[in-house]
Write a protein that binds this ligand. Structure first.
Ligand SMILES: Cc1cc2nc3c(=O)[nH]c(=O)nc-3n(C[C@H](O)[C@H](O)[C@H](O)COP(=O)(O)OP(=O)(O)OC[C@H]3O[C@@H](n4cnc5c(N)ncnc54)[C@H](O)[C@@H]3O)c2cc1C
Length: 382
């Protein structure tokens, strides 16, 4: 007899685990189907930065969801780490962005304005002259001309955070089912079950949260889910001497001291399809830029070099909501470079829509319908 579950979630990355967690808070027991292990892909290897005031589509259409997600993170952390006894190393961090030429100053000024405008949300910033920047961190390159110090961003370990979401969901009745989702059984606008490589799970509702592999569902449901992989690499370096006192950005490098005692340096953005192998070229590029910013990093030891795939959409906005033309299928995917930050907003919104039909999470610009409608809904309309 087929297994049954109220909800099947395809994908055990941060998007799927957050959906399972928020569903569990609403009393809904989901089954997460994951083929390579919880948080085994990008969710387990990201930089874990929670920066709601910068990135693709910010300021812009992603701003409201980014800030709402950031607030949800801060509300969630205490409960989640207490419930699971997993310390996912969340904390507030400072970010110093430096300029090496006058051309770079307007972008820094823009960042400063954004942080100052968000004072009510706990952000702030200040302009630093060259000597003041070097007082903050004397190992920064002497070639810099000035910078901004920004306060209020946060960081966490995304591997542990995703595991904590999965663990808390399981404590509330969710299940993790290792397996490969290969298709769905359909009847009259509804999914009846998810077909796995080694079985089948009958369900009332489905969440597709398969990250950069989300296009697999296009054939199952005849819908458009334009999510593609964008490879990114990170170096984890051991820097001798005292720990860096915050995150640093400049000369094309992003340098983050992490709670594991290592300095994480990133990152690249390369379209290489589903190739996840770290490359020498990326290592040279990242390390070269990091050395420009902090020359002493030239003498650091390379401890780990990782590569993983961001799930990106053509407009860099995530896809969240009911799949066009299907009564009981929801999408929570395509969060691109911001998936750890957006996980709380996307997970809560998905659970709200599935259990109440509405959500207060601002989802403008994330609607699945903005991409080509499914042939199914077109033929239903004609
Ligand atoms: C280098 C780098 C740095 C990053 N830094 C940050 C950052 O600082 N802050 C931030 O917010 N974001 C960051 N990101 C982005 C973030 O990591 C991603 O947006 C996020 O992890 C995507 O989560 P996801 O759950 O959608 O996808 P994934 O983590 O890829 O999870 C999808 C899961 O679905 C599973 N799956 C797929 N198909 C099937 C199937 N058919 N059956 C069963 N299982 C299936 C996969 O095995 C996978 O585990 C970074 C990304 C990269 C690459």
């Amino acid at each position: 007899m087929a297994q049954t579950s109220e909800v099947v979630i395809v994908g055990g990355g941060v998007a799927g685990c957050a959906a399972a967690y928020f569903l569990s808070l609403a009393g809904v027991k989901a089954t997460i189907v994951e083929r390579e292990g919880i948080s085994s892909q990008a969710s387990g290897f990201s930089a874990g930065g929670l920066n709601p005031l910068e990135g693709s589509c910010i300021p812009g259409p992603l701003s409201a969801l980014a800030m709402a997600s950031f607030k949800l993170h801060k509300e969630l952390w205490g409960t989640l780490s207490k419930e699971t006894a997993i310390d996912f190393l969340s904390r507030i961090v400072s970010l110093t962005k430096v300029a090496f030429s006058e051309d770079e100053v307007p972008a820094l000024q823009e960042s400063l304005n954004l942080f100052e405008d968000a004072r009510l949300e706990g952000f702030s910033g200040e302009w630093l002259h060259r000597s003041e920047v070097l007082k903050v961190e004397s190992r920064l390159s002497e070639k810099l001309i000035g910078g901004v110090r920004l306060f209020g961003n946060a960081t966490l370990n995304s591997l542990l955070y995703t595991q904590a979401l999965a663990e808390a969901a399981q404590r509330n009745g969710a299940t993790v089912r290792p397996g490969v989702a290969r298709g769905v059984r359909l009847d009259n606008g509804r999914v009846l079950s998810v077909i796995l490589g080694d079985g089948e799970i009958a369900c009332d509702q489905v969440v597709l949260a398969a990250g950069p592999w989300s296009r697999e569902a296009e054939q199952w449901l005849d819908i458009s889910v334009p999510v593609d992989p964008l490879k990114g690499e990170i170096l984890r370096l051991e820097l001798h001497g005292p720990a860096l006192g915050g995150d640093y950005n400049g000369a094309g490098a992003s340098v983050y001291p992490r709670a594991d005692g290592l300095v994480w340096c990133g990152t690249t953005e390369v379209d290489e399809g589903f190739n996840k192998e770290p490359t020498e070229a990326a290592k040279e590029k990242i390390w070269g830029a990091a050395r420009e910013l902090i020359p002493e990093l030239a003498h650091a030891n390379l401890i780990k070099h990782t590569a993983c795939l961001r799930p990106v959409t053509p407009d860099y906005m995530p896809i969240v909501g009911r799949a066009p033309g299907w009564d009981n299928v929801y999408l929570s995917t395509g969060a691109g470079k911001k998936g750890i930050l957006l996980s709380t907003g996307m997970g809560k919104a998905t659970a709200d829509l599935m259990t109440k039909g509405v959500t207060e999470v601002p989802l403008e610009g994330c609607e699945p319908e903005r991409f080509a409608p499914s042939k199914r809904s077109e033929s239903a309309a004609s």
